[in-house]
Design a protein around this ligand. Structure first.
Ligand code: RIB
Ligand code: CA
Length: 311
């Protein structure tokens, strides 16, 4: 079976790191590039965190730096979840590999890899959509060059950073609007599914019993963010970003439906809300995304433990 070429745009961040650890070790995927941007923490830190993570993975995967601010707004970070360093406080314990910084910007690398893969590239975006939006604005043909865009972001029902909005969309609503209007096939792993995609304490302890460096790194990351999720009423650690990469290889463990989506960019209370036309009588008249609404949690946890156990 030929591997699926994947380019991951992220803001590492604990769950981004787990998504990278999984994607780079799943036999179904070929991660051809990683790009980073500001989001969970500042752009300089997310870039370093991606380098540290690729260093632990031990594969030669190019990393490209992107935006250091949202398109039109001040950066709001997720340090309350991911810590000042974006790794829950352990970044100083993880060596930064001595790899050359790519001078090519994220948006240019996304376009170049899309062209090189002749319509087969899957673009994964698990941070704010700023890099993706800049790529779409700069290269009008990009939507036609991508197989699909799989995002962690948004929600049909509620928010996490506000009652209306999910963090990735909230940070850069204008970028998200550009994404949803671009015409490429979009698959949205929003909170409706990802907040059900919980690794329970017993799942995490199975990873804690593993001995590989990658497993130990994953365990440390999971333990360092568990308290936040438990304190906010979750049964365990929400696997937001891992859902995006797992969807590509295991779509059958997710449930979803097509929907029309628009992003609120003008209001304040509802800033960044992904207005999903899923249950209404009068429809938008278009369906621009496939929105995940549920996940088989047990199957997801089993896959994550299996992949990490195979490091
Ligand atoms: O709302 C969850 C999303 O925001 C995840 O991508 C997490 O890493 C943060 O970026
Ligand atoms: Ca993220």
């Amino acid at each position: 079976m030929s591997k699926i070429p994947v380019f991951i745009d992220c803001d590492p961040g604990a769950d981004d790191i787990l998504a990278l650890l999984l994607a780079c070790n799943m036999p179904q995927l070929d991660v051809v590039g990683i790009s980073t941007l500001c989001g969970n923490v500042e752009g300089d830190k997310t870039f370093i965190n991606a380098k540290k993570t690729v260093g632990v993975i031990g594969k030669d995967i190019p990393i490209y730096r992107g935006a250091d601010s949202p398109m039109f707004r001040e950066l709001i970070t997720g340090k309350n979840v991911h810590g000042e360093d974006g790794m829950g406080g352990i970044a100083s314990e993880i060596p930064t590999p001595n790899i050359n910084d790519n001078s090519e910007k994220a948006w240019d690398a996304i376009y170049r890899e899309a062209k090189a893969h002749n319509g087969e590239l899957v673009l994964v975006a698990v941070g704010p959509m700023t890099n993706v939006a800049i790529a779409l604005a700069k290269y009008k043909e990009l939507p036609s060059l991508l197989k699909k865009i799989v995002i962690m972001g948004g929600s049909a029902a509620y928010g996490n950073v506000t009652p209306s909005a999910e963090f990735n969309i909230y940070v850069d609503p204008e970028a998200a609007q550009i994404l949803f209007k671009c015409g490429a096939p979009i698959y949205m792993l929003g909170l409706d599914a990802t907040e059900k995609a919980v690794l329970l304490p017993e799942d995490i302890e199975k990873i804690g019993a593993m001995t590989s460096n990658q497993a130990k790194f994953a365990y440390a990351i999971l333990k360092n963010t568990m308290d936040f999720y438990i304190a906010h009423g979750h049964a365990g650690n929400c696997m937001h970003d891992p859902c995006a990469v797992l969807y590509i290889a295991y779509p059958e463990i997710f449930t979803g439906k097509p929907a029309g989506i628009c992003v609120e960019t003008k209001a304040s209370i509802t800033r960044g809300k992904t207005v999903c036309d899923m249950y209404t009588d009068i429809k938008f008249g278009f369906e621009n995304a496939y929105v995940m609404t549920d996940v088989d949690r047990d199957a997801l946890a089993e896959k994550i433990i299996e992949i990490i156990g195979n490091y």
